[in-house]
Design a protein around this ligand. Structure first.
Ligand SMILES: [Zn+2]
Length: 94
């Protein structure tokens, strides 16, 4: 038995993953105290939709400070795949 087929499979998976590595920073929010972008704590974020504007609010995964970031509505499906979002819609009602 050789392990080459397993290596091939692993390489294939890695290659696939690399191929999908588009906009990895999309789910990371810039944290001022950390001066770096981090994934939110617990992979959770609040998401406020106001028309075609979307604001993500989360806790920094490192210092637990509040971080927020505006994204576009078209980015939402991708972010939603990666983060556990609590989505609220800004109602136009008075
Ligand atoms: Zn932080």
């Amino acid at each position: 038995m050789s392990t080459s087929s397993i290596d091939d499979l692993r390489n294939h998976i890695v290659a696939q993953r690399e191929g999908r590595k588009v906009k990895t920073g999309l789910c990371e929010l810039y944290c001022l105290p950390c001066r770096k972008s981090h994934l939110p704590a617990g992979g959770m974020a609040d998401c406020k939709i106001d028309g075609n504007k979307v604001m993500l609010t989360a806790l920094c995964g490192v210092c637990e400070g509040i971080v927020c970031k505006p994204i576009s509505l078209s980015d939402l499906p991708e972010v939603r795949c990666k983060l556990d979002l609590t989505i609220t819609r800004q109602e136009a009602a008075l």
